[in-house]
Design a protein around this ligand. Structure first.
Ligand SMILES: *Cc1c(COP(=O)(O)O)cnc(C)c1O
Length: 421
């Protein structure tokens, strides 16, 4: 459920009609619903109720400071994957003791930043990283709190580009090697082992891969505890999918995922961390665009929008489906015709949908891409020198621009022409 509904024939974000936002900020723009973000975060809190836990929002899904502040104020921790994300989390008021640092290629500078400014846990993904982190921490007179990310070799049954838990993926330490590396970690001066971490992929629509991975982690935890390692936390990652296609069977709910967690690791009495991103932000956001032209082609009709692959790259990158709906509700029984929905960027890959059945849409009409709140604005670029799309947050009747559209001058001023040219 989200809070983007038609009222009197006009699509609203909570209590704000989308044409009102379009009039204020222009198109294209992203709009997020505070009520939806809040609701989704709370679903995870409820799913883990009774277990010692921390929900660490995977902020790479949507890292606008206002979104982070909203979730942080609800008590969320953050899962960060770069020094920049760490800085964002802190700027949004999230304390270091609620920040987990993930990622396969942290630099020494990023390690130092996190250790200096406060970090709950660093998820280490390789032996070289472990040695480097120990060196950095020891040089600061500290021990870094570490969970080793294990690769359970489980097929997440998701898009190949976002599957992370197979042996062939770059992520984590092969689970069979984990006991040896925990032993190595225990002997390092700058490392304090606190847990085990696993994350097998994103947009999972089946609970079985989670169950398989968590069982392996539970077995490992028991073995490590028996060997005397002070494991006190299990970070079970994120990855629960969202319904991009409305008519399809809905993916499992957070509550059902929580049941899998209880069933597989609940008996261990360890603190549980989870890192949901997409499910919190995905259906809490829309990308709203205008129709520039209707172009009749050879056997195909094109709907050319003012949004493009640089603003929402998921269709081009992952062949992702986004529902595209008119902001003005079509008359019941309005005839639908197939359109290729495209943007103005000079690449054929700049195609949002092929043969999509849509009601009549005139030039200037507003359309909304649903489920665009996660991996939307954060993946945007200025390709074709199209300024980054603004972001708007709505809460009830309130709306605020939480990132404004840069002017051409601001975009150009980041470049420098050398004196000698
Ligand atoms: C991307 C990622 C997540 C979040 O995945 P979602 O599918 O957005 O829930 C969590 N943890 C790690 C380590 C990730 O890389």
């Amino acid at each position: 459920m989200d809070h983007f509904l038609y009222r009197d024939g006009i699509l609203h974000a909570e209590d704000v009609p989308l044409p009102e936002i379009a009039a204020e900020v222009g198109t294209p723009f992203y709009v997020y619903s505070a009520a939806t973000l809040t609701r989704h975060y709370r679903l995870f809190e409820e799913a883990l109720r009774g277990l010692p836990h921390l929900v660490c929002y995977a902020m790479k899904a949507n890292s606008n400071l206002a979104v982070l502040k909203l979730l942080g104020d609800l008590g969320a921790g953050m899962d960060v994957v770069s020094g920049g994300e760490y800085a964002r989390a802190r700027a949004a008021g999230v304390p270091g003791e609620r920040i987990v640092f993930s990622g396969v290629g942290k630099t020494r500078e990023e390690m130092r930043l996190a250790l200096e400014c406060g970090i709950r846990q660093i998820n280490v993904e390789s032996e070289p990283e472990l040695l480097a982190l120990s060196g950095v921490a020891a040089s600061m007179g500290l021990r870094a709190p570490v969970a080793l990310r294990v690769n359970p070799d489980v097929d997440a049954k998701t898009h190949a580009k976002i599957a992370t838990g197979k042996a062939e993926n770059k992520f984590g330490i092969p689970i069979a090697r984990a006991p040896a590396i925990y032993a190595e970690a225990a002997a390092l001066p700058g490392i304090e082992v606190v847990g085990i971490d696993v994350h097998i992929g994103s947009q999972l629509t089946d609970l079985a891969p989670f169950e398989a991975a968590y069982r392996k982690v539970a077995d490992l935890a028991q073995a490590l505890l028996a060997a005397g390692h002070p494991i006190r936390r299990l970070d079970l990652g994120g990855g629960l999918g969202i319904p991009y296609v409305r008519d399809n069977a809905a993916p499992p709910l957070p509550l059902e995922w929580g049941e899998v967690i209880r069933r597989t690791v609940g008996h261990l009495g360890l603190e549980v961390e989870i890192e949901p991103g997409r499910l919190i932000a995905g259906n809490a956001g829309l990308l709203v665009a205008s129709v520039i032209w209707l172009k009749r082609g050879e056997g195909r009709d094109f709907l050319i929008l003012d949004a493009a692959m640089n603003d929402l790259v998921r269709p081009a990158m992952y062949d992702a489906w986004h529902d595209i709906v008119p902001v003005i509700e079509p008359a019941p029984g309005a005839e639908r015709a197939p359109f290729d929905v495209v943007g103005p960027v000079c690449e054929t890959g700049d195609t949002f949908a092929r043969g999509r059945l849509l009601p009549p849409l005139a030039e200037g009409a507003l359309v909304a891409f649903r489920s665009a709140g996660a991996y939307g604005a954060v993946m945007a670029s200025e390709y074709n020198s199209r300024p980054l799309v603004p972001e708007v947050l709505v809460r009830g009747h309130d709306m605020a621009v939480i990132r404004r559209r840069p002017t051409f001058d601001e975009m150009l001023n980041r470049d420098t022409i050398p004196e000698w040219l």
